[in-house]
Design a binder for this molecule. Structure first.
Ligand SMILES: CC(C)(COP(=O)(O)OP(=O)(O)OC[C@H]1O[C@@H](n2cnc3c(N)ncnc32)[C@H](O)[C@@H]1OP(=O)(O)O)[C@@H](O)C(=O)NCCC(=O)NCCS
Length: 199
């Protein structure tokens, strides 16, 4: 990824620092090959397709959606995440102008510590091209801009080697001391390296 941009439009006052203190400004991020944009209601059919794809939810069946009503409910949940600073973006492959996945961070407390929980999920047709890593790197950069005191963490099912490879590729390290149980069983925790003095 060469750079991260945002939808400042023609307003040159909006640079990194100002945006970081302005909720709701991260509605678009661009990377070399991807556009990450905040979800809208019209994304419900895509969100349903992604979360009803057997491969895309194989390791996290509790995340599965059954119908469009489910998808709208999920979008409403994601919208609430954004009220705490950041949330998930819909990911589009710029060259083909097609929607391929979801990636983002939401504010969570992990063992009492405020953290950013990183999620990435893509349609199988887009796997294996480095897209998840590219999107996740951008999300981690934005999370650091918004609140660098929160580590970025990923909860990964032990069998999900693709996900742990992405976590490793974007600089997260395994933290067995933080492991916990999730909706689908044990989750292994990966985290950005702790900052000196903050644990
Ligand atoms: C996990 C997922 C997002 C990876 O997407 P992707 O775009 O294929 O990932 P990338 O191309 O960026 O690959 C990153 C690394 O993972 C590796 N990888 C990708 N798919 C893999 C697989 N099925 N098995 C093992 N390694 C895999 C790549 O080789 C690469 O490794 P490297 O950095 O050593 O070269 C994708 O498989 C997915 O959407 N899975 C279903 C949803 C999911 O499980 N999300 C995670 C929830 S915790």
């Amino acid at each position: 990824m060469g750079w991260v941009g945002f939808d400042a439009g023609s307003d040159t006052r909006w640079r990194w620092g100002m945006v970081a203190r302005t909720p709701g400004m991260w509605s678009e991020i661009r990377t070399d090959r991807l556009l990450l944009r905040r979800p809208i209601d019209a994304d419900a059919p895509f969100v349903l397709a992604l979360h009803s794809d057997p491969q895309a939810i194989a390791h996290n069946p509790a995340d599965a959606l059954r119908d469009l009503a489910d998808a709208h409910a999920r979008l409403a949940t994601w919208s609430r995440h954004w009220r705490q600073g950041l949330g998930y973006w819909i990911v589009e492959e710029t060259a083909l102008v097609r929607t391929i996945g979801v990636c983002g961070v939401k504010a969570v407390d992990l063992h009492g510590r405020p953290s950013w929980n990183l999620l990435y999920r893509f349609l199988p047709v887009a796997w294996g091209r480095g897209y998840a890593s590219e999107a996740a790197r951008a999300c981690i950069q934005v999370a650091a801009q918004v609140d660098a005191s929160r580590p970025v963490v990923a909860r990964i099912r032990p069998s999900n080697s693709a996900s742990s490879r992405v976590a490793k590729a974007v600089g997260l390290v395994r933290r067995p001391d933080l492991d916990l149980d999730g909706d689908d069983g044990p989750d292994e925790i990966w985290s950005t390296a702790p900052r000196t003095g903050t644990g």
